[in-house]
Ligand binder design. Structure first.
Ligand code: AMP
Length: 415
């Protein structure tokens, strides 16, 4: 099978790494990719938001499967263009991807499907926003209705700040605050059958101790030793399957990766958000533990044959990923800095490796930072403590001027 991956972050590097280890994959391509992906796949400089360009590339390559990584091309209809051209594609239609692209749409689907989530109001004026904030009380949760790469949400006890965020967005969803730990649970679906993956937890704030601004994600780990038994089955039954069934009922079946961001609150499991694609950085740790070759799983989603797949096999051990971000991330990341020590940071036995996020190679082959999140240093181990130790040992071997990372990824869970 010839496979083309769309995207160029650490999530796509993780996907490419797994696909490159799948014996069924005869050729691996990625567009646009990055400096790390170029080591395991042939990279192509195409505009990932341009469906016609992606279809043309897939045709030229004779791709038997296209995997769309990020949300932006999905919302732009790239999966639709590929499907229309008869190319098997892993990723939902633009219509189904609204589950991520519009918070209001997601709330509507959840209400219809009976999926437990925070109570909410959709507001377009300052007066509506003020009324909704006062109805719920502090802490306030204000979400931009559009795509915001995980950065459109403000959670604050400061009413003025909540109002200011609402005023800065055209349409906001204001909702009740959910207490309790968060879990990311991914499921692969073909629009009917739903195959949950292993749960993971990510770290959204920039600084240790969950301080500082919200980011795209600073690290992740899997499994979750503290999670209640039966969590995956419960979420499959109460969240994932009803959502997939509701979208099919509406005539807009969702196929691809359904990501449920959950809060395990004192009143039960609630959906915080849906995403329509693999999460970054949770994908790095989930795929690190998946033993079933990846291409066949994604192809079964693309071709509507997930019901025929053998149960997934998982590594019993643990995985941890630590993101190295550029100076100034998330507000104003500095790019163009050289990154040293990459080769030495990888373990010869494959238990620690470096996934590239925002990187590019210069004319001399040096790797430079090219984005806010630069690297995702990933390690596996018998348990979280061992995986953590290996990940941080590798992080210490990498130098990036002004680079920042959290020191407490998976710390509590490993104790
Ligand atoms: P989202 O983009 O919806 O995932 O939100 C980003 C982050 O904001 C989440 O990971 C949570 O930490 C936080 N958040 C979102 N909604 C809520 C809520 N209703 N209650 C508490 N925290 C929330």
């Amino acid at each position: 099978m010839k496979v083309l991956v769309i995207g160029g972050g650490a999530r796509e590097h993780a996907l490419c790494r797994s696909l490159s280890q799948d014996p069924a994959v005869t050729e691996l391509h990625c567009a646009p990719g990055n400096a790390g992906i170029a080591q395991v796949a042939t990279v192509h400089p195409v505009d990932q938001l341009d469906g016609a360009q992606v279809v043309a590339l897939a045709g030229r390559l004779g791709a038997g499967l296209v995997v769309v990584g990020p949300e932006a091309p999905l919302v732009a209809g790239v999966a639709d263009a590929l499907r229309a051209a008869g190319v098997p594609v892993f990723g939902p239609s633009a219509e189904a991807a609204r589950l991520e692209g519009s918070k209001a749409f997601a709330k509507d689907v959840m209400a219809a499907a009976g999926v437990p989530t925070a109570r909410s109001y959709v507001c377009t004026t300052a007066a509506e926003a003020a009324e909704a904030l006062d109805a719920f009380g502090a802490p306030y949760v204000v979400k931009d209705d559009g795509l915001a790469a995980g950065k459109g949400v403000v959670v604050t006890s400061d009413r003025e700040e909540a109002l200011a965020h609402a005023a800065a967005c055209e349409r906001v969803v204001i909702e009740e605050y959910l207490d309790g730990p968060e879990v990311s649970l991914f499921a692969i679906t073909d629009g009917s059958t739903v195959l949950p993956l292993q749960p993971a937890q990510d770290f959204k704030r920039a600084l240790d101790g969950d301080q500082g601004p919200n980011t795209g994600g600073m690290g992740a780990y899997s499994p979750l030793p503290w999670a209640p038994e039966g969590l995956v089955e419960e979420v499959l039954e109460t969240v994932l399957q009803p959502t997939v069934d509701e979208l099919r009922r509406r005539g807009t079946p969702f196929s691809g990766l359904l990501y449920a961001g959950l809060a395990l609150t004192s009143r039960g499991t609630r959906v915080i958000e849906f995403n329509a694609r693999f999460g970054d950085p949770e994908t790095q740790v989930v795929l690190a533990r998946l033993r079933t070759p990846l291409a066949g799983v994604l192809h079964a989603s693309a071709t509507g044959t997930l019901d025929q797949l053998e149960p997934l096999r998982w590594d019993e051990g643990a995985a941890v990923t630590v993101v190295i971000a550029a100076e100034g991330y998330p507000a104003a990341p500095r790019t163009g800095d050289p990154i040293e020590g990459l080769a030495g940071a990888e373990a010869a036995d494959g238990t620690a490796y470096v996934l590239h996020a925002g990187t590019r190679a210069d004319a001399d082959g040096r790797v430079l930072s090219a984005g806010g999140r630069v690297l995702s240093v990933t390690a596996t181990g018998a348990d979280l403590a061992e995986a953590r130790e290996r990940a941080y040992r590798s992080v210490e071997l990498i130098s990036l001027d002004g680079g920042q990372h959290r020191g407490d990824i998976a710390l509590k869970a490993a104790q």
